[in-house]
Design a protein around this ligand. Structure first.
Ligand code: AMP
Length: 223
């Protein structure tokens, strides 16, 4: 990778869309629309800045190993990544809450499942989730015994098919839960996206990276 080129890792969809105004505040405009182009490396109006499109859960990995210098990913993704790395997060510097892609991590069950009684009686719960580290920590702190089932998508289906008693998933409007006759019974934490930076890149490419971090910090406003 060219030493004078700064690479920012983003995931398509909400994070990409909501990062665009922050980039604009830093004087950076992405020159191609990822929804129309199949390119994974997108040029910007700045010859020294490019954007790479990766899966949301791969953003911390790209930044940690220096495949990207900067990245934007959800707090959920970061916690799960750090848990995989024994809490170390290896070489990732997390300087900023961008207050974008806001949602919450919650526990949901079928509307006819009495979660409160199950917890009160000390029942063992089967919980399906993509976010096993967050779920494990939450239920352990609550003193609830759980069997975790790792899923990679469509968590809402798990209680409906009898695969699990509960799910731990991101909730934004609540429409997905409602459409699947699920109810939110616990709010685990509020989630928003963070700017993460490769520590070595921050030292080596400070002249380019520091103004980007500062512009993001000024533009990122809590709603
Ligand atoms: P909603 O119906 O608006 O509550 O959105 C819930 C669905 O969107 C679930 O499938 C979530 O996994 C997903 N979701 C909501 N917010 C986010 C987010 N900020 N990042 C990624 N996925 C999200």
């Amino acid at each position: 990778m060219k030493p004078d080129l700064v690479t920012l890792a983003l995931s398509k969809g909400r994070i990409f869309e909501e990062t665009l105004p922050l980039l604009k505040a830093a004087g950076i405009e992405v020159l191609e629309d990822p929804e129309k182009s199949r390119k994974l490396i997108l040029p910007t109006n700045r010859p020294d800045v490019q954007v790479v499109l990766v899966r949301a859960s791969d953003v911390p990995t790209y930044v940690q190993y220096g495949g990207a210098d900067l990245g934007v990913c959800g707090k959920d993704t970061l916690i799960e990544h750090q848990a995989e790395w024994g809490g170390a997060g290896g070489g990732l510097y997390q300087p900023l809450d961008l207050h974008i892609a806001r949602c919450r991590m919650s526990v949901a069950v079928r509307a006819d499942f009495d979660y409160a009684s199950a917890v009160r009686q000390g029942s063992r719960l089967t919980v399906a989730t993509k976010y096993t580290a967050i779920a494990r920590e939450f239920f352990s702190a609550k003193g609830v015994h759980v069997d975790l089932i790792k899923l990679y998508g469509s968590m809402e289906l798990a209680p409906l098919t009898g695969l699990a008693d509960a799910i731990v998933d991101l909730v934004s409007t609540g429409n997905t839960l409602k459409a699947n006759h699920l109810v939110e019974v616990e709010r685990i934490m509020d989630i928003s996206s963070r700017l993460v930076v490769n520590q070595a890149a921050l030292k080596l490419k400070r002249a380019t990276i520091k103004p980007i971090i500062e512009a993001f910090a000024t533009a990122a406003q809590p709603a």
